[in-house]
Design a protein around this ligand. Structure first.
Ligand code: NAP
Length: 298
């Protein structure tokens, strides 16, 4: 006779885990192959990462980006600027990197310490070296749909959906959060793939009702466990962008994973979901930037 727990496991539905670790490894492998091909032409893609101040989380992200560069054969240049530095010092560094032929991509780790104008820094980066795709020129191209570069987190999510054969076409998608770096571009990419998109934010009324209608839910709120099981519909595809550090030091997302997982059809874990995709896409963007910049010189 079968044990009760085995029977229970059989009737319990489990969501397919969307593994950012697995997909990001494939993306980085592809980027590394492209780097090899560029190196045969004497081109070594280079990524400059600027860190202003000493925010511990930012330091970890910058360290992870450096490791990914090493893995893909991309040259990385790291610039540490004290929070006490003047904005002008930062702008002149960006200008120097804009004109450095060894640097194909420039990334300024956000958020910047108080007193720094983030948008002005972004605007200073040459659009063709803007591997985060945050520059207004690149944002405009994303709106039109003729982009060469996409913001790393939303593009990484699309890559992950493609890898698992999830087609947003005709699906209803609710994006919670409307930041320039995640929510807004995420909504645009879903729209370009023919999803019917709703964006929710802190002024949204009836959020639970709206989210519960969605085939795809993207949570980019920055609040641990914000999306609960009673908010999602049976079989929903749940993408958790949130990275929140709890008091006990544990990382968690914006989705109550334990509760939502049995109800979802696909779900991303935190860690190991969207985070690794963001870095892998940054590698791909740097390679793309190097290819485009050298195409112009040919
Ligand atoms: P953000 O700029 O703080 O934006 C948060 C968004 O959530 C805002 O649009 C805000 O609405 C909305 N919001 C806040 N409270 C809400 C509520 N009660 N109901 C509905 N909407 C609400 O954050 P972000 O930069 O987009 O990042 C979001 C999360 O993703 C953070 O945890 C961040 O660490 C993480 N993140 C992860 C990655 C990755 O690679 N995995 C990359 C980037 C960010 P308003 O606009 O009305 O204020």
């Amino acid at each position: 006779m079968k044990s009760k727990s085995l029977k229970k496991a059989r009737v319990m539905k489990m969501a397919q885990i969307l593994s950012g670790k697995e997909v990001s490894a494939a993306v980085k492998k592809k980027a590394a192959l492209e780097v090899e091909r560029l190196k045969e032409r004497g081109i070594v893609p280079g990524l400059a990462v600027i860190l202003v101040g000493d925010d511990p989380a930012s330091k970890v992200y910058v360290g992870n980006k450096k490791k990914a560069c090493e893995l893909c054969g991309i040259r990385s240049f790291e610039y540490l600027i004290p929070a006490s530095a003047s904005e002008d010092e930062l702008y002149s560094l960006v200008e120097k990197l804009n004109n450095d032929p060894e640097v194909n991509g420039i990334l300024c780790q956000l958020p910047l310490p108080e007193g720094f104008d983030e948008q002005r820094v972004i605007n200073t980066i040459k659009p063709e070296k803007d591997v985060d795709a945050f520059h207004p020129e690149n944002v405009g191209h994303i709106m039109i749909g003729d982009h060469t570069m996409l913001p790393c987190t939303p593009a990484g999510i699309m890559e992950m959906l493609d890898y698992y054969g999830i087609d947003p076409d005709g699906k209803s998608c609710v994006v919670i959060g409307r930041s320039n770096i995640v929510g807004k571009p995420m909504a645009m990419l879903m729209l370009q793939r023919n999803a019917t998109v709703t964006i929710c934010h802190s002024h949204t009324k009836g959020l639970k009702e709206i989210v519960s209608q969605a085939d795809i839910v993207v949570a980019s709120v920055g609040k641990p466990g914000f999306v609960t099981a009673d908010m999602i519909k049976e079989g929903a595809i749940v993408i958790d962008v949130g990275i929140n550090r709890l008091e006990n030091g544990k990382l968690c997302g914006d989705v109550d994973f334990e509760a939502c997982e049995p109800k979802a059809s696909y779900i991303t874990p935190v860690p190991g979901g969207v985070g690794p995709m963001t870095i892998a896409t940054l590698m791909q963007n740097t390679v793309t930037a190097a290819e485009i910049q050298n195409r112009k010189d040919d």
